[in-house]
Design a binder for this molecule. Structure first.
Ligand code: ASP
Length: 339
């Protein structure tokens, strides 16, 4: 039986999750934080299972975090880095999914430069799929680890005032974060130059600011975003110097936030572009390293739940297209493979 507290086969985004499901993943993650801080950083929750990291976009941090999470659960891990530049992207994606599916992995952790690509792949496989970041769409494990970091420090998410600052337009981190934070009852402000604000974002329930001094006033959390130059087609910011002057987090701008406000960044940081080293390395207020630490625990929780749900799904005789093979054959239908 699938886990009744989180009955989904895949984690493709935060969109659609309930507060109870989010809390369930955070509670499980919390337990893994304890395991990771202990002397024996292993569990055998996924012993004998296979996790594949399938990355169509460069990443060291997220891939390492998923790899470590899988290993600490006792699973076998394979890393696949696929170049998308030299081949027809759609073809590679589906071909790779079908090939991997034939090897019976339990969970695929997938990163892809195109929004929606991970969902496309998830529709073709029997195993669980976790989105490790798709284009500028979603990055659910990042939002969960950010939420866990905030919840452990502040004791809650509900009622907090969170500012998400910088390149919101290109950021899957921002999108997953404001979906999660709003679902959990936090108030969200986004602060960005006009050119980096997605149109219609205010309709989602976030407050929009184009001035750091006004936007940071009395916030509990300052979440900075990386300027995603690789996703910018055209000129979105006049110069790094000017960007830092108006939107970079430094001591003076931070002074607007609450005195105990936390500083966050998903990494990798562009020091001197969106954040000053002085605040990034502030041991009292910056939780950037803790975010990295808690990321492993969150990915352990997600991999465990999805691997168990995948087993339940396959034991029930479903195939890749989500059809029940036994039921199909009773009705005289050919078993579909979803390929
Ligand atoms: N590591 C995060 C991501 O993959 C943030 C970033 O790259 O700016 O989206």
């Amino acid at each position: 039986m699938r886990d009744p507290a989180f009955p989904h086969r895949h984690l493709l985004g935060i969109e659609g999750l309930t507060p109870a499901e989010i809390n369930y993943l955070l509670d499980l993650s919390d337990r893994y934080v304890g395991v990771n801080r202990g002397p024996e950083k292993t569990s055998d929750a996924l012993r004998g299972r296979t996790i594949v990291n399938l990355f169509f976009e460069n990443s060291t941090r997220t891939r390492t975090s998923f790899e470590l999470a899988a290993k600490r659960l006792g699973a076998n891990v394979i890393n696949m880095q696929v170049e998308t530049s030299s081949v027809v992207k759609g073809e590679t994606l589906i071909d790779t999914a079908v090939t991997l599916n034939a090897m019976h992995p339990d969970v695929l952790a997938v990163r892809h430069p195109d929004s929606g690509a991970v969902k496309l792949l998830a529709d073709k496989v029997n195993c669980g799929v976790v989105n490790g970041g798709d284009g500028s769409h979603e990055h659910p494990t990042q939002a969960l680890l950010d939420a866990l970091t905030i919840r452990r420090r502040k004791g809650r998410l509900s009622g907090l005032l969170v500012a998400i600052c910088g390149d919101v337009l290109h950021s899957r981190v921002a999108r997953s974060n404001f979906l999660l934070l709003l679902t959990m009852g936090a108030r969200v402000r986004i602060i960005a130059p006009r050119t980096l604000i997605p149109s219609g974002v205010d309709r989602l329930g976030v407050e929009v600011f184009t001035d750091m001094t006004a936007g940071l006033k009395d916030v509990d959390i300052v979440m900075m975003l990386r300027v995603q130059s690789e996703r910018m087609r055209g000129s979105f910011i006049p110069s790094v110097r000017e960007y830092f002057h108006f939107f970079g987090l430094d001591r003076a701008k931070l002074g607007q936030a609450k005195p105990d406000a936390l500083i966050m960044h998903p990494g990798p940081m562009n020091r001197g572009t969106e954040i000053d080293s002085d605040v990034a390395d502030d041991v009292e207020r910056s939780v950037i390293r803790e975010q990295v630490e808690l990321g492993v625990a969150v990915r352990m929780a997600v991999l465990e739940v999805l691997a168990n749900n995948a087993s339940a799904h396959n034991a029930a005789g479903h195939n890749a297209a989500g059809h029940n093979a036994a039921a199909d054959s009773r009705q005289g239908l050919p078993g579909r493979t979803g390929t």
